[in-house]
Ligand binder design. Sequence first.
Ligand SMILES: Cc1ncc(COP(=O)(O)O)c(C=O)c1O
Length: 372
Amino acid sequence: MLSRRGFVARLPLAAAAVRMLPEMAWAQRAAVNMSDLPKDMVWLNANENPAGPPPVSLEAMREALPASGRYHYNDMGGVYAAMAKSEELSPEQIVTGSGSSEVLHTAVDAFTSATRPLISVTPAYEGPIELARALGRPVVLTKLREDYTADVKRMAEEAGKAHGGLIYLCNPNNPTSAAVRSKDVDWLVNNLPANSTLLVDEAYIHFVETPDVQSALPYVRQGKEVIVARTFSKIYGMAGLRVGFAAAKPEIIARLAPLRMNVISYVSARAVVAALGDQQGILHGRKASLARTRRELCAWLREREVRYIEPHANFIMIDTGRNAREFINTMPRLGVAPGRPFPPLDNMLRVSIGTDADMAKFREVFWKVYKG
Ligand SMILES: Cc1ncc(COP(=O)(O)O)c(C=O)c1O
């Protein structure tokens, strides 16, 4: 039988490239030939925040730029102190990274091995899964439950079977935007099999409105076997500035810290510290605005009887009722770039929540393709 991989390998190179283009072009990390794309493209493909960095951060970066000729190693203590304080942690309980990607990578590297798998769900955010595979570490992906949330009992079972593993729980999950209730996270923390660590990726936690979904940071404060990854790329609108951190007990941080590359960018660090100076104001305003736009989109979908997974993050998974590739391939030509395919959820289209104007354009283009 001809496998998909074998088939693609036999195509002439140019034809293979054309086949792959739509998928590559809308992938978050793809190199795209921008010249062929509509100039006013609405980018709803990478769960970014169209608001960008807060004004206080822009001002802080302008001030920091002239001093960026130096590493500023000595200033990083203050940066750690500000980040740690913002989450009621001590500086020994965090390690910073180039986005949360870097700290997720260090966690996978340190806490999986040839015999200790990474355990997650399918589909989940691919970064940690791809890294584990690249390092030759075993990966176990469990099925989502009917409500699209992670099955924490299955994940714990898999960790038990392997005599220990790193359980990667993305909460809310990318790409589903579904969130695991705190009572389930609590069960998992209290039933972690021996030799197991829980890695909770909270890139999107700030967008959650449901009170029964809460951060896992309290477990870090209690000294549990839990790592929480946070990023400034999403609600803070600083994806291009590349700042994130991991929070965990000091013994865990001591294992992660040597594996990261270096200190973070000084200019980005100043942006983060400035934003943390008005953390509550920034978070409150941005969350309220996102939640309103998200609610309006959900209401519009419901009116048209288009199904979707109840969203908890700054993106939504829409059930197109047919293979979503048709939308993924057609919509960009009409000026809106949605997310890439997320097998096995082949009928689902992931759409980031942009500005009100972005979402008006989305509705127009989506509906055109939906009606056929
Ligand atoms: C769930 C999740 N975790 C981590 C990341 C990595 O983001 P960053 O490295 O910008 O913090 C992303 C990016 O989209 C994500 O969706």
